[in-house]
Write a protein that binds this ligand. Sequence first.
Ligand code: KIV
Length: 284
Amino acid sequence: MSVHGKSASLEGATSKRLSIPEFAARKGAEPLVCLTAYTTPMAQRLDGHVDLLMVGDSLGMVLYGFDSTLPVTLDMMIQHGAAVCRGSRTSLVVVDMPFGSYQESPEQAFRSAARIMKETGCQAVKLEGGRDLADTVSFLVKRGVPVMGHVGLMPQSVNTLGGYRARGRGDQEAAGVMADAIAIAEAGAFSIVLEGVMEQIAQAVTARVPVPIIGIGASAACDGQVLVAEDILGLFSSFKPRFVKRYAELGADIEEAAARYAADVRTRSFPGPEHIFGAMKKHG
Ligand code: KIV
């Protein structure tokens, strides 16, 4: 059996998951496929098709109906991270550090990251931030916590950024995105998510920064892509951001199934004889 192009027998008895060094070695090579997952059943469906499952704090908006990712707690991320690890075997699992769990100090970040890794079984954490967070990334990496960076549009900073508009429109902002990505890579991040930036900047960052750049609303030139699974499945909302491509319309399928079930219950066509115990057989 082959997992991620490697012989399973060489993977060792403990894990068939794509490792951090294997992921990092894909810089400039075959594009890395990443999707979010928040639950065991979703992880089971996606594992085997992707290289990385991202337990994103977007779950606050997608699953819990919050207006932003800010209310998401460490406990929520840990519960969902553990569920995704239980539902996957081959993907590298990365869990987002939620707002307020790492910005205070490198020590606070280490305590939060250690809880995430111990209590979920994930392989790495992701945190949002550029030059200002480089010391924290370095502190974590030196203590055995693999870190994925996240620069460009950083949803946890929605209040300071003033919204979710794409970053890097002017020269100064573009240079800032580049400087952030370089600083986070130099601090030891094994990969960086680059969200919501002008295409030319995404191309330049991917060419300049030596770790895999995973784009979302960025460029096909990135080393890989990530999207929210519910967005590509048509499950989240009727609004489709420009950077999302829909591969299914499961929201519409769910509504149709619910309507058919409701009609069956109201007309007593459900349950049928095949769904109940000890049903009398009809004689012809
Ligand atoms: O929170 C999230 O889901 C993310 C990914 C989309 C990158 O940060």
